[in-house]
Ligand binder design. Structure first.
Ligand code: G6P
Length: 617
């Protein structure tokens, strides 16, 4: 994610920029930086950690006094709060980034997919890089193409980069100008009185102005002190509607949603896209996971995988086990991290222990990594937080690229973990027996999943109505088979975490071995029963519950009329490959849990007794 802010105007830019990135800190907070025009050149200060660290550096260096605009034409500067994607959270990797001469300075939110090729090319031309980031190539490429005209150079630069960006740049030869460009990452322009602020979202702007222009993909804002032009991808100057922000600051940080959890649920079309972006080549049916590059041959030799994680991350791992065994043919176990460290797992050099962790700091998961390394196993990670302990200690891994997850109940991390497990399945499978056709088929489906997620989110009113109807039940059963047993467990976990209702996940086949004794008219059962290889089996289980007067809420494939006849409620999800159904089936259950909790008046983002990151055993 990352948060970016740019300021040009009559006032001192420094306090406005600092205030802006503080309000964007929810988008990322592992390091921060600022670049300011101070008289005749641009100076930058960066710091690892939260923005208060940057503030103390600015104090120590005496920048605050020098930044006052008297004699400085007013303020000009850019600032960034980072959530690392490429390169650990260090001072060198913090934004703003610059070229060899320190003239162009820019902040970026997004991922440049072809940065490796561009970087090699620029190094061969003599450019000296100072960071491990993808962003720095933009500065050097700009420098390489620069002939005096900022806008023309930016357009040329953007035509050569692939990927997603929200970008703001300033140049020491042009103290009256600031440019911004958007492709895939959010960016808006705030229009104040003789001042313009660019930011990732409204929370960084509304202290100064509520008049904004939302930039669309492909658009560039060319801002001068007196005026501003918006240019589209056909190089035409366009008229944009100026809109008024009606939110207050708190609501703005949540993007207008009432809770971070709801915002994160609704972010999923985007976060799943970001997790897979640039990581596959459909024509070759291949997954391309940079974080595994140095271990490709070792991974080819792996004979067994043990997936180890806690909570929601473990539920993702359970679906991963089914994927990897069915499509890559590698025997895969799944374990609780808290169990793994105390049992006697059978490990050798041909075993990979794959840990999954949003925070990268979960104590039990970390202990599992250390135990596995001690026993000589290869350790792989799927981690969201770059530079976290688990990310550093695993031998290799894949980052989620979804920005920080704020709500304690994990949602966007879960779907991202599933998406990455699908890519890993293709990666492992293509090293083994998976055909080109099968690889292509999975990737093609994966690519269109974000649209299907968006379709489910559009039915959110219906899910809210169902939540209203069932919110007073004291117990819930969640049932599913094969891939969707993971969703039965995850659906139940979400509901109990935030609504404090007792909910159990079962594999449907176990129903008659005990859980069915619980069923009566007061205990609703939520069946995850898409049209897959175990559909008929699920249908029989639904009948068994119905025969005991149990209420049925079914998650079913669009167009399935038969299930409607035997269920009290049906929530439809679009059709997809069986192995990918968990990514879709979890969405209505996240919304269901959310609405039940809201209707009960509970603190959704901070449920009682729980912590986002459990760093103790
Ligand atoms: C805590 C959180 C859960 C999370 C689990 C694992 O219990 O409340 O939401 O799934 O830890 O966290 P991790 O950061 O390792 O994914």
């Amino acid at each position: 994610m990352c948060g970016i802010v740019g300021y040009i105007g009559k006032n001192n830019a420094l306090p406005i920029l600092i205030d802006g990135i503080k309000r964007l800190e929810y988008r990322g907070y592992d390091s921060a930086g600022i670049a300011l025009y101070l008289g005749n050149k641009i100076e930058s200060v960066k710091a690892v950690g939260r923005i208060k660290e940057l503030e103390s550096c600015l104090q120590t260096l005496g920048v605050c006094e020098r930044a006052d605009p008297e004699g400085l034409l007013g303020g000009l500067g850019i600032a960034h709060t980072r959530w690392a994607t490429h390169g650990a959270p260090t001072e060198a990797n913090a934004h703003p980034h610059t070229d060899c001469q320190g003239k162009i300075w820019l902040v970026h939110n997004g991922i440049i997919e072809n940065y490796i090729q561009l970087k090699e090319h620029l190094i061969s031309k003599g450019h000296k890089f100072k960071s491990d980031t993808d962003t720095e190539v933009i500065a050097h490429l700009f420098e390489d193409l620069y002939e005096g005209d900022l806008l023309a150079t930016l357009q040329k630069t953007l035509s050569l980069i692939k990927g997603a960006y929200g970008l703001v740049l300033i140049h020491s030869d042009h103290p009256h100008k600031m440019l911004a460009a958007k492709m895939g990452s959010p960016l808006m322009v705030g229009l104040g009185d003789k001042e313009t602020i660019i930011a990732s979202d409204a929370s960084a702007i509304i202290n100064n102005t509520k008049q904004v222009i939302y930039l669309n993909d492909g658009e560039i804002a060319d801002i001068n002190r007196e005026n501003l032009k918006i240019i589209n991808s056909q190089n035409e100057v366009i008229d944009k509607k100026v809109e008024k922000i009606e939110w207050d600051i708190e609501a703005a940080q949540k993007g207008g949603y009432n809770h971070f959890m709801l915002k994160e649920i609704f972010e999923q079309p985007e976060t799943v896209k970001n997790s897979i972006r640039g990581r596959y080549i459909i024509e070759d049916g291949k997954a391309k996971l940079g974080g595994l590059d140095n271990f490709t041959n070792k991974i080819r030799e792996i004979k067994k995988i043990i997936i180890v994680a806690c909570g929601t991350a473990r539920n993702a791992g359970l679906a991963g086990k089914y994927m990897i065994e069915e499509y890559a043919g590698v025997p895969t176990e799944i374990d609780y991290a808290s169990e793994f460290r105390y049992r006697q797992p059978i490990l050798d050099s041909q075993t990979a222990v794959m840990v999954i962790s949003q925070s990268g700091e979960t104590a039990d998961t970390l202990a599992a990594v250390r135990e596995a390394k001690e026993k000589g196993a290869l350790t792989l990670g799927i981690v969201n937080t770059v530079g976290s302990t688990i990310a550093r200690e695993t031998d290799a891994g894949v980052y989620n690229h979804i920005g920080p997850e704020i709500s304690v109940a994990s949602t966007k991390a879960f779907t991202s973990e599933l998406a990455i497990l699908s890519l890993l399945t293709v990666f492992l499978g293509r090293q083994r027996k998976m055909s080109l056709i099968m690889g292509k088929r999975i990737l093609e489906e994966l690519e269109i999943l974000p649209k299907k997620i968006a379709k489910i989110l559009a039915a959110d009113k219906k899910i809210k109505a169902i939540a209203k109807k069932y919110k007073n039940a004291k117990n819930f059963a969640f049932l599913g088979r094969k891939y969707n047993s993971s969703i039965a467990f995850e659906g139940a976990l979400k509901l109990k975490e935030i609504s404090y209702i007792h909910a159990e996940g079962f594999v449907s086949g176990e129903l008659k071995h005990g859980p069915i004794a619980l069923i009566d008219k007061n205990m609703p059962s939520i069946f995850i029963a898409p049209k897959d290889s175990v559909y008929e089996k699920n249908m029989s289980n639904i009948e068994e519950v119905r025969a005991r007067c149990g209420k049925i809420i079914a998650i079913a494939t669009a167009g399935d009329k038969a299930i409607k006849k035997i269920s009290d409620e049906v929530i439809y999800i679009p059709k997809t490959l069986e192995m990918l159904t968990p990514i879709l089936a979890t969405i209505p259950l996240q919304l269901f849990a959310y609405y039940v909790a809201v209707l009960k008046g509970l603190d959704v983002d901070k449920p009682r007794n729980l912590a986002k990151s459990v760093t103790v055993e």
